[in-house]
Ligand binder design. Structure first.
Ligand code: GLN
Ligand code: ZN
Length: 764
């Protein structure tokens, strides 16, 4: 029997990270899970792959010099889902599935009978979590099997394990109420006994420290979060039998929540000193008796740490904290594993970067330097200094032509002619029928397309052959659209692997990694480009494809570009200048492309900004400034063309509430917007902010394989016509078609065109 612990007596660790990636350096977990889904991998083999990945990741941390190892940051899909399982809070539609893996994966991705949990972005990262559903009937029961078994595995391997569990506030703040249940956070008192029990079980398991992740505390998602933090952690720390408690705040400045936490009996707080401010620590005098885990190494971006600067920050903290440990700012889930496979990097660029394995080493070096002086780590500091010094002189980081051009930009450069004058000029030029029909850009990415891309990569075919095959695809897609009877055609985007990477590969200032995979959700991984320098466009990027498509038809073909905010949102961005600067540089490159398209005779140009909402800051106070530069960047990108050129934009993936004013301010001539699932409410929202330009609310949901019939689309269109008059209304699906099959696309679009014609006839 263990006696009641006295957490104050526990060993205070010095060196850690808040969490690590789990997908595996070679995406081993992805392969194992997908193999399991396909029936090729047994549950036992999946478990052993997982155990092996955990063990290797702990070993790497120990070898790097980390003395408190985060455990339970492994997941077969998502840590929020794991927490829902731990609290026995899966919805009834899956809770009856008896096999644990089947149940878990049904909640994550659905099966033939059940729809999965909704998925949404984890704060302002590119990771997506599953949204727990809390209904009035949800009862919570502690099921700590996963965390306990991972602790047991770690202890068996001789690892000093610090289990990481999502805290009750963040769990509920990010969950959604279903049915007539009140907002989930009102259930907080129901969770306290479970977390109390968990603490007790962790003592039994021989745990010294537990980490509760509470990133919700850096946001304004709910009122009164600091007070809630105080109340919850006063109660949890008041429990007599428990390990020491570390509450981790990350992705921003915890502000007043930091003081609130410090005034409870918990032993430690982790603070993000990349996104947050060191002053916030000094402002909470009660931290002078706590362990502060200082996140001075960026856990979510790819840059090498300026060790001198980080040590300076740590030095400032020493006076205001009880004990100091060095850490990453957040889990390294968000960055690639290792730079080793990036053989195409030049020395300068390699020197500026640090992927996860480098960050572990940086944390350890800083920790030793705090305790033994900078001299003890002289080599590491010298290497950091030397690498970063080349950032001052590398010409790719300061392109004077770009900077001079940007400095000369005035409001006139981000303003087009009056919207109604534009609309008249475009009507004359384009001669479109009322309720014009179009699509969002991409057509199905067929196996032929993917094979051609793979063949080009493996050098089985040359560039010319690849381009010939892509032109074939384009002519097929043009012929298809003519046959269906669409009014505004697209080239179908066959040549684009990804709407951001495609442009990043052609712009100066970006580097595309060979193997820099990060988990986006579940087994889906992405390789975000790295924006490291000043951005410019060495040559036109899309003109040949679009003009080829236009040469095949008398109908107008839209040029297709990705907007500056979306390019930034889906890349790792440089940290040596405000992101708005990078946004304006990208905007100039896109602007040049629009002007070239116009010169080539293209009359309609679409600049997609599906990620507009994604970069919205977590704190309310910072939102207006973001929206201002985001809108300005879009307008800079699109205001270089004449009034008779029609500018479209496209938005999707989100609730538009907080950005609706910004969408109107983009001042695109036509905005196509996801609406099929929100039943056209977005039109009322746009009306409410005075938006009067063209709008194409998606009339059917492309995320589902279901084919809408014409009557259904007609109904959507009539609903839309209640909100906007027919001169403004466009008819289109709610997003690109690249993930769909060709047959269903033909059927759906045929029905959509028939519906548009029927509605036109009924109006005439
Ligand atoms: N033009 C892009 C496409 O159709 C837009 C994709 C998106 O909105 N995410 O695929
Ligand atoms: Zn979309």
């Amino acid at each position: 029997m263990s006696s009641p612990t006295s957490p104050a007596a526990v060993r205070r660790f010095t060196t850690t990270v808040l969490g690590t990636a789990r997908i595996g350096p070679h995406r081993e977990l992805k392969r194992a899970i997908e193999g399991y889904w396909a029936g090729r991998v047994s549950a036992a083999d999946l478990d052993s792959t997982a155990a092996d990945l955990r063990r290797r990741s702990w070993e790497e941390l120990v070898t790097a010099g980390i003395d408190s190892i985060p455990v339970n940051t492994f997941s077969f899909y998502d840590q929020m889902l794991d927490t829902a399982v731990m609290l026995d809070a899966l919805p009834p539609r899956v809770s009856g599935i008896s096999d644990p893996f089947d149940r878990y994966f049904a909640a994550a991705r659905g099966n033939a009978d059940v729809t999965p949990l909704e998925m949404t972005k984890w704060f302002d990262t590119n990771y997506h979590y599953l949204v727990p559903e809390i209904s009035a009937d949800t009862t919570f029961t502690l099921r700590p099997d996963k965390v306990l078994s991972e602790i047991a595995q770690a202890h068996g391997a001789g690892v000093t394990a610090r289990p990481v569990v999502i805290g009750p506030i963040t769990f509920l703040a990010l969950a959604k109420a279903v049915g007539d249940a009140p907002v989930p956070i009102t259930r907080i008192d129901d969770l306290i006994p479970l977390y109390t029990d968990l603490l007790d079980r962790l003592v039994d398991a021989g745990v010294e420290w537990v980490q509760f992740d509470e990133p919700a505390l850096v946001t304004d998602v709910a009122d009164g979060l600091p007070e809630l933090a105080h109340s919850v952690y006063s109660r949890l720390s008041g429990v007599s039998r428990r390990p020491a408690i570390l509450v981790a705040t990350y992705f921003g400045d915890a502000g007043p929540a930091l003081g609130a936490l410090a005034r409870t009996g918990i032993e430690g707080v982790a603070v993000d000193l990349i996104e947050g401010r060191v002053e916030s620590v000094a402002a909470a005098p009660e931290l002078s008796s706590k362990l502060v885990v200082a996140g001075v190494v960026d856990g979510r971006n790819v840059w090498r740490t300026d060790l001198d600067r980080a040590l300076g920050t740590l030095g400032t903290l020493l006076g205001s904290v009880g004990d100091l440990a060095v850490s990453t700012s957040c889990s390294t889930l968000h960055v690639p594993y290792s730079l080793a496979p990036e053989t195409a990097l030049d020395d300068n660029l390699r020197g500026w970067l640090a992927f996860a394995s480098d960050k572990f080493v940086e944390v350890a070096a800083l920790s030793r330097a705090v305790r033994h002086g900078r001299e003890s780590e002289a080599d590491a500091f010298e290497a950091s200094r030397a690498a970063l010094a080349t950032r001052e002189t590398d010409p790719r980081l300061r392109d004077n032509a770009v900077r001079t051009r940007l400095a000369a930009i005035t409001d006139a450069d981000v303003t087009r002619g009056d919207a109604s004058a534009r609309s008249s000029a475009q009507a004359v030029r384009l001669g479109l029928p009322p309720l014009p029909t179009t699509t969002i850009g991409s057509y199905p990415q067929t196996t032929t397309i993917r094979k051609a891309r793979a063949a080009l990569r493996s050098k089985a075919i040359d560039r010319a052959e690849y381009e010939r095959r892509m032109r074939d695809e384009i002519s097929t897609v043009i012929a298809l659209q003519e046959k269906i009877g669409l009014d505004v055609l697209v080239h179908g985007e066959p040549e684009r692997n990804d709407m951001v990477q495609y442009f990043a590969e052609q712009l100066d200032g970006f580097f595309a990694t060979a193997h820099g995979w990060v988990q986006s959700y579940g087994t889906r991984c992405v390789r975000p480009p790295i924006l490291f320098g000043d951005v410019s466009r060495p040559a036109a990027m899309t003109v040949d494809w679009i003009t080829y498509a236009q040469s095949l038809t008398a109908k107008p073909v839209k040029g297709m570009l990705t907007g500056p905010v979306t390019i930034l949102a889906w890349s790792f961005v440089r940290n040596d200048q405000p992101v708005s600067e990078s946004a304006f540089q990208i905007a100039l490159a896109i602007r040049d492309e629009t002007v070239d398209l116009e010169k080539a005779g293209v009359g309609i140009i679409q600049v997609d900004e599906p990620a507009l909402r994604e970069l919205l800051p977590l704190r309310d106070a910072a939102k207006p400034a973001y929206l201002e530069w985001a809108v300005r960047a879009f307008r800079l990108a699109t205001s270089g063309v004449s009034d008779s050129t029609q500018v479209h934009t496209h938005l999707c993936y989100s609730e538009f509430g907080e950005v609706i004013g910004a969408i109107a301010a983009l001042d695109a001539d036509v905005t196509s917007i996801e609406a099929a699932r929100s039943h056209m409410e977005v039109l009322d929202d746009l009306n409410a902010v005075g938006f009067a330009n063209g709008v194409g609310p998606g009339v059917y949901d492309i995320h589902s394989p279901r084919v809408p019939d014409a009557a259904e689309v007609e109904k959507s269109l009539s609903a839309a016509l209640d909100a906007v008059d027919m001169q403004r209304l466009w008819v289109n699906p709610d997003c690109g078609l690249k993930t769909r099959g060709t047959d269903e696309v033909i059927e759906s679009l045929t029905n959509m065109v028939a519906a548009a014609k029927a509605v036109r006839a009924s109006i005439a």
